[in-house]
Design a protein around this ligand. Structure first.
Ligand SMILES: Nc1ncnc2c1ncn2[C@@H]1O[C@H](COP(=O)(O)OP(=O)(O)O)[C@@H](O)[C@H]1O
Ligand SMILES: [Mg+2]
Length: 308
């Protein structure tokens, strides 16, 4: 199948069951090349990113670590189209994001990217259901589609029956679950999480990490997550370490417990008991890229109906 086969097609309706198809070629989901970011001017000028190169493939779960001030949030904001780099190239499934207009970047954000922050960032005095519906409202979805998708997303994060609760009526962990539901209700290809467990106790942090790992594993959502905690980074299969605005190291730690014994155990495990990853869906991007590489489609998010 050709990655450009449905160029110009209208955007996929929320939760529509499209035919699954696999990524074509070797186009990575995310490619950053020589990304710099300078804040301020003159005396106050500060270079937060000094030439970041990073490639992330569809389906990866990446932990971003590094000291405070090393540029982790800056790079997440650029990846999430919340901010633009000062120089360098950002390609999202082959399309140069830095060549997109502001409205086009907003579209890319609304259709492909989901965010989770340390502080949850929910609207107060607004029900869980309405918080989760918000991204669909921005996208102009009908009320019926919004209600159904938000209920499914809340069920997906284990909050069935909490739809009417406001943030004040929910625990920290439950509030973060609402935020995760809001992030995945649009079926994003990528979940960007900036210290998602930073405000949570250890037990709740592990519950949230289990949920994020499940979204990665079962829905095929690519995850980039900033964390200070080694224990939380252990959920990822790759750790990218930032230092002074640069990627200092990039490695894949062996899974916990892996060794000769673990290998034996895995070899003895019947294949049928190992869940296979879901086939990713292609979603057409709702605009063509003038001067770019044509319209493109992105792989990663899968339909949630089956899992909800
Ligand atoms: N809007 C801004 N204006 C000026 N400096 C900023 C701004 N945002 C971040 N910085 C600076 O850029 C550096 C990197 O910040 P950040 O990406 O938030 O680091 P991290 O998330 O790794 O702690 C820090 O020194 C920070 O003070
Ligand atoms: Mg930060």
């Amino acid at each position: 199948m050709n990655a450009k086969s449905s160029a110009g097609a209208s955007p996929a309706p929320v939760l529509a069951g499209e035919a699954p198809t696999l990524p074509t070629g070797a186009t990575p989901l995310i490619r950053l090349q020589g990304i710099t970011k300078t804040y301020g001017q003159g005396q106050a000028e500060f270079q937060a990113l000094r030439g970041v190169d990073l490639t992330v493939d569809s389906g990866e779960f990446v932990a971003v670590m590094g000291p405070s001030g090393s540029g982790k949030s800056t790079v997440m904001n650029i990846l999430g189209c919340l901010d633009v780099p000062s120089s360098g190239a950002y390609q999202f499934f082959g399309t140069h994001v830095e060549r997109l207009s502001r409205p086009q970047r907003a579209l890319l954000r609304r259709h492909y990217l989901g965010f989770v922050f340390q502080g949850f960032n929910l609207l107060a005095r607004t029900s869980a259901q309405e918080n989760v519906e918000l991204p669909l409202l921005y996208r102009g979805e009908s009320a019926a589609a919004r209600h159904a998708a938000a209920r499914a997303a809340l069920a997906q994060v284990g909050l069935e029956g909490r739809e009417r609760n406001t943030p004040a009526e929910l625990s920290g962990g439950q509030q973060q679950r609402v935020a995760i539901a809001r992030a995945i209700v649009t079926r994003p290809s990528v979940l960007l999480a900036d210290e998602p467990t930073g405000n949570l106790d250890s037990t709740t942090s592990h519950e949230i990490m289990d949920l994020i790992a499940q979204l990665n594993r079962e829905l095929g959502i690519t995850v980039l997550m900033v964390t200070h905690e080694q224990e939380m980074a252990a959920y990822a299969r790759r750790v990218v370490l930032f230092k002074d605005g640069l990627v200092e190291s990039d490695f894949s730690p062996p899974p916990p417990g892996e060794g000769p014994g673990e290998r034996e155990r895995l070899l003895r495990t019947p294949l049928a008991s190992i869940p296979s990853p879901p086939a990713p869906l292609m979603k057409p991007l709702p605009f063509g890229i003038p001067g770019g590489e044509g319209s493109f489609e992105v792989v990663g998010a899968t339909s949630r109906e089956g899992a909800a």
